[in-house]
Design a protein around this ligand. Structure first.
Ligand code: ZN
Length: 861
């Protein structure tokens, strides 16, 4: 830390948890909404639980008045600080009334009550409610809310909050509405919307016959792009009834879309607030991936109604209790819509690209961290996606039936309360005879276990013995790891590829041997089928991988074997390139790609995944000193060589899968386009750019247009410039499509990408206040390995400059961008010192937010 600078915030520790001193049974809120001066009157019914003063959280609030049991309090009765209001001398049961002024129009953090587009919106998770009123802003204080909103009718005709609309009216130019939520909830689930919006309406009848009014609220003109979100909502409601027996519990379910939002969406009780990116979709404006994103996030937030809202978290260390479980639920939902194997493949692809990378670096943390400075920094792939893997391991270990029983117990035992990871564990343990104790280590220890194996076959005894070993490298603060409880779903294949044995082994020791009987020939083991644990399996020979890629009965492992095989040969090619040798295409890789392509019609969605080479970041993770230029060179050389060698096949595939209607977003159409555009990528890499150019011009479907544009973006000439100019002219008024225009340029491999991104930061449509736009340009650029890590360090400088400015207005997003430099130690010394210098420059900034401070200081530690 720089001289004289103090840590902006003290660490919060799980071990220090104490129950709240006061509970709030009821709260009445009255908002008089004005962008420059909103008045919030709060009436809290408080009840003592433990000895001590009443301490309420509050930030950026101007206290106008305060009354205890109706009596106005003088300044000698309370202590006000930057972040709290404390009353020492209070009874055990009483009513506290406060009146505060807040300024939504200057709230650029997008946490609390803020302005966006045509109105007022809130974001209270995790600690935004304290920017609205004085309150014990912690999730284990659950209250019933009654909310009255008052606003100018002409500007903010729509007034929404949680629960049911119990009264409304008008008074002069003002309108008002009262909303009451019968379910007790933590403050982070409070929400209000006051804006000029229109609704797309529908209804859903629950299994027990409750009629639920559904509304999706968007800016006028956007109604035509809500169909998929509404379909997904109803489908998710039905799925949760069928799969988990969980029904919706209010008469109204509203979703409001907002274009300035720090995350994807928010599960506020009865009033989800969504980033427009996860609501609006039409085939002309959204890609197939966007459609799937909408469906996934709609399902995710809806599923939170039970796993998050009805059963909430005791404290923020338990965040994965709701997020890991809800991600698991949305993964299962999506797997049931299309292909379970393809869904698993794409989830694992991204887990490895993001979570595995984080788990190997200075920002690694357990699924349940023990300590944090700023909880906003812990909305990570570890909490979300690795957390979902832990839930999945429970199910793999105890089986589907017991898991469902465990879920029933979990909900029944914890309904309307604030639970912990131990409560989830206890419910699952109650549903099975298998001793699950050791699974808790997945919540406590960071890092990705590495699993290796030895095998021996005894022809005389007809036994085959598999010895598995686990090892987990140290992570910050955890030098020594205890063994994990690892479910190993596996099969033994005979020489023809038939399964002769399948089983789920449990690896719980550092080393364990398993002997199989009646095995006459040496079999080929297929381990971690369907990715049964978030580990790295090591030591598979190329020959084995080639065999499994061709023969495994487990589709996931077939894909994985091919990926691992491709990773090995590409890493070899990187070494050869570094040694000055010319690129040579591996015959086995060519053979595997050829076989996949010729067999594509059987399962085009799977084939499209299998045709993608491992990402540059994945190759980087496997190198001791990352060489981003060599990685990019080799990966592109492989794509080019495959495209050239298989030109006829790729052309044939392109033609074969081209015949789907632009408006068709069925699973079949999505798979066809994925395959066609995978072929387009190889053909473009091989120099056949006319096809991409033609597809760009003929596009009426955003998936196809964008896939074409991605390839045209690689041409550093006027064909590219014309394409981006015409795309801009067509879509400049559509913010979500314009985001794509920014991000395709930021992701391009063309030599001038860095200069173009620098210029785009000055573009009139670039806006640091809009998180989607920042992610589209800066986030995408920081995820473009060879450009971001350009040897001059100019990429780092660009990122740090952005963080510097952004930290003043939106520290949450600034801190998130900082993580892109977290892996600095993995690079050569020149890049190391360039990244380190930028991190140090950020840390030395005056008035640096605790958010960015935590990420930059941990990255350097
Ligand atoms: Zn969530």
């Amino acid at each position: 830390m720089a001289d004289g600078q103090i840590s902006p915030r003290k660490a919060i520790n799980l071990a220090d948890y104490t129950p709240p001193v006061f509970l709030v049974d009821e709260v009445a809120l009255d908002f008089t909404l004005d962008p420059a001066a909103t008045i919030v009157r709060a009436t809290l019914n408080l009840r003592r639980q433990a000895p001590g003063p009443l301490a309420l959280d509050g930030r950026d609030l101007e206290l106008l008045s305060i009354k205890l049991n109706g009596e106005a309090l003088g300044g000698n009765r309370y202590v006000l600080t930057e972040s709290s209001l404390t009353l020492d001398d209070v009874p055990d049961v009483f009513t506290l009334e406060t009146e505060v002024k807040i300024i939504p129009e200057t709230n650029t953090e997008l946490s609390g009550l803020y302005m966006s587009g045509t109105g007022f919106f809130t974001q209270c998770e995790p600690e935004g409610f304290r920017k609205i009123t004085f309150f014990p802003d912690r999730p284990d204080v659950m209250a019933r809310y009654k909310v009255t909103l008052r606003a100018d009718q002409s500007k903010y005709p729509v007034l929404l909050s949680n629960g049911n609309n119990t009264a409304s009216g008008a008074a002069g130019t003002q309108i008002w509405a009262t909303w009451e939520d019968p379910h007790p909830k933590p403050s982070y689930l409070f929400a209000l919307v006051a804006a000029d919006l229109v609704a797309v309406k529908d209804s859903f009848t629950t299994a027990s016959g409750r009629e639920v009014a559904l509304g999706i609220w968007v800016a006028a003109g956007d109604e035509t792009r809500c169909g998929h979100a509404m379909y997904a909502l109803k489908n998710a409601m039905k799925w949760d009834e069928d799969t988990f027996g969980l029904e919706y519990d209010l008469d109204i379910f509203n979703i409001a879309a907002v274009s300035d939002f720090n995350a994807g969406a928010m599960e506020n009780k009865g009033l989800n607030i969504f980033n427009t990116a996860y609501v609006l979709a039409s085939p002309a404006t959204a890609t197939d991936a966007d459609f799937q994103g909408v469906e996934r996030v709609i399902a995710h937030e809806y599923f939170h109604n039970w796993t998050g809202d009805r059963v909430t978290c005791r404290d923020w260390f338990q965040l994965s209790l709701k997020e890991g479980l809800t991600v698991f639920r949305d993964q299962e939902y999506m797997a049931d819509q299309f292909s379970a194997a393809v869904k698993r493949i794409s989830d694992v692809r991204s887990l490895r690209a993001t979570q595995f990378r984080d788990d190997a670096g200075p920002l690694a943390h357990p699924v349940r961290p023990a300590s944090y400075l700023e909880i906003n920094n812990f909305y990570t792939t570890t909490i979300y996606e690795k957390g979902a893997e832990v839930v999945r391991m429970y199910r793999t270990l105890i089986g589907r039936e017991a898991f469902r029983k465990g879920m029933d117990i979990y909900i029944a035992e914890n309904d309307n309360s604030a639970a912990t990871v131990e409560d989830f564990f206890a419910a699952m343990q109650a549903a099975t005879a298998i001793d699950l104790k050791q699974i808790m280590r997945w919540y406590e220890q960071a890092g990705t276990p590495e699993v290796s194996f030895d095998e021996s076959h005894d022809p005389a005894a007809q036994t085959y013995t598999l010895t598995l070993r686990q090892h987990t490298a140290p992570t910050p603060g955890q030098p020594v790891k205890q063994p994990f409880m690892i479910p190993v779903a596996m099969g033994l294949l005979d020489a023809t590829g038939r399964d002769i044995h399948t089983e789920t082994l449990i690896l719980a020791q550092p080393e364990q041997s398993f002997t199989f009987h009646n095995i006459s020939e040496p079999p080929t083991p297929s381990l971690f089928r369907n990715f049964s644990a978030p580990v790295k399996l090591q030591g598979q020979s190329r020959q084995r991988l080639a065999f499994l890629a061709a023969k495994d009965t487990d589709l996931f492992n077939r894909w994985d074997a091919m990926q691992q095989y491709a990773t090995l040969v590409l890493l070899d090619a990187v070494k050869a390139h570094q040694a000055g040798q010319a690129f040579a295409l591996d015959a086995g890789l060519l053979e595997a790609v050829t076989a996949t392509l010729r067999d594509a019609a059987r399962d085009p969605a799977f084939a499209a995944e299998a045709l993608l080479l491992p990402a540059e970041t994945l190759l980087a993770d496997a190198m001791s000193i990352v060489d981003p230029d060599a990685i990019r060179f080799v990966r592109e050389a492989a794509r080019k060589a495959l495209g050239e060698t298989l030109r006829e096949d790729f052309f044939a595939a392109y033609a074969q899968f081209a015949a789907v209607a632009a408006s068709d977003v069925s699973g079949h159409a999505i798979a066809s386009r994925a395959l066609k555009n995978a072929a387009l990528g190889y053909l473009s890499a091989a120099g056949d750019t006319t096809l991409a150019g033609a597809q760009f011009l003929s596009g009426e479907n955003m998936t196809d247009t964008l896939a074409a544009l991605v390839n045209v973006a690689e041409l550093a000439d006027e064909r590219r410039d014309d394409a981006f100019a015409s795309f801009y002219d067509q879509w400049r008024a559509n913010a979500l499509v314009l985001d794509k225009w920014f991000s395709v340029q930021a992701r391009a491999g063309a030599p001038d990408t860095l200069a173009r991104v620098q210029a785009l930061t000055k573009h009139k449509d670039f806006d640091l206040r809009n998180p989607n736009r920042v992610r589209a340009l800066i986030g995408a650029f920081a995820a473009n390995p060879s450009k971001f890590h350009e040897a001059s360090g100019a990429g780092y400088q660009l990122l740090a400059d952005t963080i510097f400015t952004l930290d003043e207005t939106n520290p949450q997003i600034a801190a998130r961008l900082t993580t892109a430099m977290g892996s600095w130690r993995r690079y050569d010394t020149a890049r190391q010192s360039l990244m380190k210098a930028q991190l140090e420059r950020i840390l030395a900034k005056e008035k640096l937010s605790p958010n960015t401070y935590e990420m930059a200081s941990k990255a350097l530690a």
